[in-house]
Design a binder for this molecule. Structure first.
Ligand SMILES: Nc1ncnc2c1ncn2[C@@H]1O[C@H](COP(=O)(O)OP(=O)(O)OP(=O)(O)O)[C@@H](O)[C@H]1O
Length: 500
């Protein structure tokens, strides 16, 4: 490479210091990088002429050397090649990092020749020395481009996948990827993912094979190695160890990939099983829902039929009630007409038991009474009087009230009714209307019986008619009217209302 890009005065077997001194101005490195990637280092400060080139390779200023090295390292990093520090070219620097970088440039160059397969991973096996410098290429790498396409198609999963060195983290990514997905989509996603993983794995294997091939090709005639070092036994052992480490890491990668695939297949199988269970559960729920829905529809239909039936019954009952009210009203009218026909004014006669052995009553019929009157011209006289009904001395309180009772109902139908007793002192008015002192059920008089019926009928009609019942009790004696229910202490005399 040195022969190609410069450094013609370099001995055939240069020492490490001589090689480092040759690279120190950055010209060879920049030129080499531009050879494999034209324009990678846009500006290279060249030496004035080959004749002026000193043995230590520094014919330009320290600043210009530094600028070349800086441009080179920036370009190498942009290409994803392992880089090093400028101080690594100084005595005491880490020369192995410089060697890694040069080997990577060579591998990159050969990768371009064999179909643009990136070989920057050449240095990835030496993570202990340059892992922080090894990054994915940012441009010009066809694999990176194709991976990028897949990444976009795969929701950026592949991007993380490239960045992750750990298969377990990839597995976690897969879990994370499917976690929020719809259960129904998971089998397809897993299948698609497996396909992509297989594709990725195959491509990596291809790349690894290419790398191995190139590395093996490098073994017998590595220009860099012959240029860089006069190989010592220790260095050869170090390179072998590095290759061994690379292979071991490749094996570890393969093992991890295999485990990941197994895990993914297992997860897919498990998800399919879960999905089948879920589908069965959903089907059962659907069946239950349909059954419940059918039952509810049946109940709803039956309920509607019952409501319709009840509505019809209610209508008939309402109609019957309306008819009943009409009949009741008719009955009421007829009833009161009967009362009217019996007479608006009815006069009953009740004969008190007589204390004398022989009274003046000659005969009592249902509607008349005959009285003995003093004889005229030696003949016994007799007078007969007619009433609505006559009650003899043995008549009971109940018999007397029976003829009056229908009038109580007329009162509640809105008719005015007056019942009063008339007769001389001691004829039995109080006995008939109130009964004796401390009356019982049998001897109680017309007033109590009438009031009892009044409250009874009003209670029976309370759902249809609201009655207000008031009572007033007056005494008319010696042409004086008194309020017998007055609570003023002194019975007030008529008129009861105050003057003002
Ligand atoms: N049908 C009857 N059966 C039994 N006893 C009677 C009957 N009618 C009246 N008497 C008795 O006759 C007496 C006088 O009756 P009562 O006091 O009712 O008369 P009165 O018409 O109210 O008198 P007054 O106008 O003076 O108040 C009472 O002792 C009463 O018990």
């Amino acid at each position: 490479m040195v022969g190609t890009v410069g450094g013609k005065d370099l001995p055939l077997e240069p020492s490490e210091e001589e090689f480092m001194a040759l690279l120190r101005n950055g010209i060879i490195l920049c030129t080499a990088l531009n050879k494999i990637q034209p324009g990678a280092v846009p500006k290279v400060v060249e030496t004035p002429s080959d004749a002026d080139l000193p043995s230590d390779g520094i014919a330009i200023s320290v600043y210009q050397c530094f600028e070349n090295m800086k441009n080179f390292l920036v370009a190498a990093e942009r290409l994803g090649l392992p880089t090093f520090e400028t101080s690594d070219l100084e005595p005491g620097g880490t020369f192995s990092r410089v060697v890694d970088c040069i080997l990577a440039i060579k591998a990159y160059s050969q990768g371009n020749l064999v179909g643009k397969i990136s070989l920057w991973r050449y240095g990835s096996g030496n993570n202990s020395r340059s892992s922080n410098r090894v990054k994915a290429p940012k441009e010009s790498l066809s694999r990176a481009a194709s991976t990028g396409d897949r990444n976009r198609a795969n929701g950026d999963l592949g991007h993380d996948h490239c960045k992750s060195d750990s298969m377990s983290s990839l597995s976690a990514l897969v879990h994370e990827f499917i976690r929020d997905k719809n259960q129904e989509e998971i089998p397809e996603l897993i299948e698609s993912l497996l396909g992509k993983v297989m594709e990725e794995f195959e491509q990596r294997m291809l790349i690894q094979q290419e790398m191995n091939k190139i590395t093996q090709e490098d073994k017998p005639s590595s220009e860099v190695r012959s240029l860089v070092l006069k190989p010592s036994d220790d260095d050869e052992e170090m390179v072998d160890n590095e290759e061994l480490e690379v292979k071991q890491e490749e094996n570890v990668d393969k093992e991890r990939s295999r485990k990941l695939l197994e895990q993914l297949e297992l997860d897919q199988h498990q998800n399919k099983g879960d999905l089948e269970l879920d589908v069965n559960d959903i089907q059962e729920l659907k069946d239950m829902f349909n059954q419940t829905k059918t039952g509810m529809e049946f109940l709803q239909k039956k309920h509607q039929e019952e409501i319709i039936h009840l509505s019809k019954q209610l209508l008939s009952v309402a109609s019957a009630a309306s008819g009943y009210q009409r009949v009741l009203e008719e009955n009421r009218k007829l009833y009161n007409q009967v009362q009217d026909l019996k007479g608006n004014i009815r006069v009953y006669c009740r004969v008190r038991p007589c204390h004398q052995k022989q009274g003046s009553v000659s005969n009592i019929d249902e509607g008349s009474i005959s009285l003995l009157v003093p004889s005229k011209n030696g003949k016994d006289g007799k007078k007969t009087f007619t009433f609505n009904r006559c009650f003899g001395p043995n008549s009971t309180q109940a018999e007397v009230f029976a003829d009056t009772q229908p009038l109580i109902r007329s009162v509640l139908d809105g008719y005015n009714v007056c019942i009063f007793a008339y007769g001389q002192t001691g004829s039995g008015k109080t006995h008939t209307m109130s009964g004796p002192n401390n009356p019982d059920e049998e001897t109680v008089g017309v007033n109590y019986r009438a009031l009892r019926d009044l409250f009874l009928i009003s209670e029976q009609r309370k759902d249809t008619i609201h009655y207000e019942i008031k009572v007033q009790m007056l005494e008319i004696y010696n042409e004086t009217v008194r309020d017998l229910l007055s609570t003023d202490g002194v019975q007030r005399r008529y008129p009861f209302f105050s003057a003002n």
